[in-house]
Design a protein around this ligand. Structure first.
Ligand SMILES: Nc1ncnc2c1ncn2[C@@H]1O[C@H](COP(=O)(O)OP(=O)(O)OP(=O)(O)O)[C@@H](O)[C@H]1O
Ligand SMILES: [Mg+2]
Length: 412
């Protein structure tokens, strides 16, 4: 496997509904679109891979499409993961620096974060991300970057995102079978936030919900840091299943009807509207009231946001979301879903959380078809991948200059 080409960044989103590959040209001034491929996902269910062969065939096809647009071979990249196997917990840890105050070094910061990481994990789980929330030096809390400050003790609060090893390993294996080396595995909402959330929202407090096909992936920011992550096991596919059973009609037809005529609030649908539905088997198609479709969809929409509300409440973060809810992902396209969200996500005494749709911030030269809700995570992976690569370079540069000055000092 060749080494990383610093002028190119490739990201992969292996979703329950679609598999996307996005190729970026990276330069000093930033990055721009170079190519992409999107194929229907196969071999995935509820955000997890259930058939490796089928999943890697979808990846391979999306890679072929992206290669023919980008005109370069794709051999490696970063991949997003999500799904109900992901868990997020808050932890705390710290180190003593000595009897007398001394300067906090980058190594001290790393050591403190590592302490916070040492929480008991069941054998099948691994840490995906360690996200520092705030540092405390001696008695002073709310420190963002303690390196260089004087202190006797250093503590840190972190949000730890863990995943089932087997689930992430399956994504990596499917990628490898498609001939792709995985450089990094990212929890998708973390990436999605980069393309969708504004920094003022992250400061005030905001909940981002990526309503995909298999699940709704959630991340909450407060004072600029991640305070909660969760995966609600309901996504767009559940709405489609309900239609298929309720009408009844085949799944493919239910999906079409949902996208064309679906609405999450019954009373928003004009009473006389009718929809033609194909029946199961060779029975003739029939006309149904569109409101009947709404009667199937509304309870599922309510259930989704009730589960989200209960999850946020239990974690104690509902009160923190002053900037409200940002919804993205293909599932958030359903008309009137926002109304249900605002109706259910209420804070006692303070009314409902304001909701908005989160479209991805466009990338230079990107085709307009990618500027849609279902590509927020794919595009977010590009922003996240680029940002973390820059940070790594800056740290390396910092280390190199520190080493240089160390050697320089030794020479004198
Ligand atoms: N107009 C629409 N109305 C309602 N639902 C829609 C609409 N368009 C797309 N969807 C739903 O969005 C879902 C796909 O969203 P998305 O592409 O974000 O999922 P994914 O990323 O592949 O899945 P996941 O994130 O769960 O792994 C499907 O369930 C699809 O039916
Ligand atoms: Mg998704």
């Amino acid at each position: 496997m060749g080494k990383v080409n610093e002028n190119v960044l490739t990201v992969f989103d292996v979703g329950s509904a679609k598999t996307c590959v996005l190729v970026l040209d990276v330069s000093d001034g930033g990055f721009q679109y170079r190519g992409h491929g999107v194929r229907e996902s196969r071999g995935t269910r509820k955000g997890q891979i259930v058939d490796l062969e089928k999943a890697s065939a979808s990846i391979q096809k999306a890679v072929d499409d992206a290669e023919s647009i980008a005109q370069i071979p794709i051999e490696r990249g970063i991949v997003g993961v999500a799904g109900p196997h992901i868990r997020g917990i808050n932890s705390q840890g710290g180190i003593a620096l000595g009897q007398r105050a001394r300067e906090v070094t980058r190594e001290d910061v790393k050591a403190a974060v590592e302490r916070a990481r040492s929480i008991p994990l069941p054998g099948d789980r691994e840490v995906l991300h360690l996200l520092p929330q705030e540092f405390m030096i001696d008695e002073q809390s709310g420190v963002h970057d303690p390196a260089g400050m004087m202190a006797r003790s250093l503590e840190v609060r972190v949000h730890v995102v863990t995943a089932a090893q087997t689930s992430t390993q399956n994504v990596v294996t499917a990628m490898n079978r498609a001939g792709i080396h995985v450089d990094d595995v990212i929890f998708e909402p973390l990436a999605c936030a980069d393309s969708v959330l504004r920094s003022d929202e992250r400061e005030v407090g905001v909940c981002l919900a990526d309503i995909g096909a298999g699940s709704t992936d959630v991340i909450v920011y407060y004072e600029g840091a991640v305070v909660h992550t969760a995966v609600i096991p309901v996504g767009g596919d559940h709405f489609t299943n309900d239609i298929a059973i309720g009408l009844p009609t085949p799944l493919s037809e239910a999906e079409k009807i949902k996208k064309q005529f679906g609405c999450a609030v019954v009373t928003r649908i004009p009473e006389p509207n009718e929809v033609e539905v194909s029946s199961v088997g060779d029975r003739p198609s029939k006309l149904i009231a569109q409101r009947f479709l709404g009667e199937i969809l509304e309870p599922r929409a309510r259930e989704l946001f009730e589960m989200l509300r209960d999850n946020l409440r239990q974690a104690g973060v509902l009160e923190l979301c002053g900037a409200g809810l940002v919804m993205t992902g293909g599932g958030s396209r359903m008309p009137a879903l926002m109304e249900i969200a605002e109706d259910i996500l209420r804070r006692p005494g303070r009314g409902s959380l304001p909701a908005r749709l989160g479209y991805p911030a466009p990338i230079a030269n990107m085709p307009s078809e990618l500027a849609e809700l279902e590509f927020a995570t794919t595009i977010g992976l590009a922003y996240y991948g680029h940002r973390t690569r820059l940070q790594r370079h800056q740290q390396d540069a910092g280390l190199a200059s520190r080493l240089k000055s160390l050697f320089a000092r030794r020479e004198f």
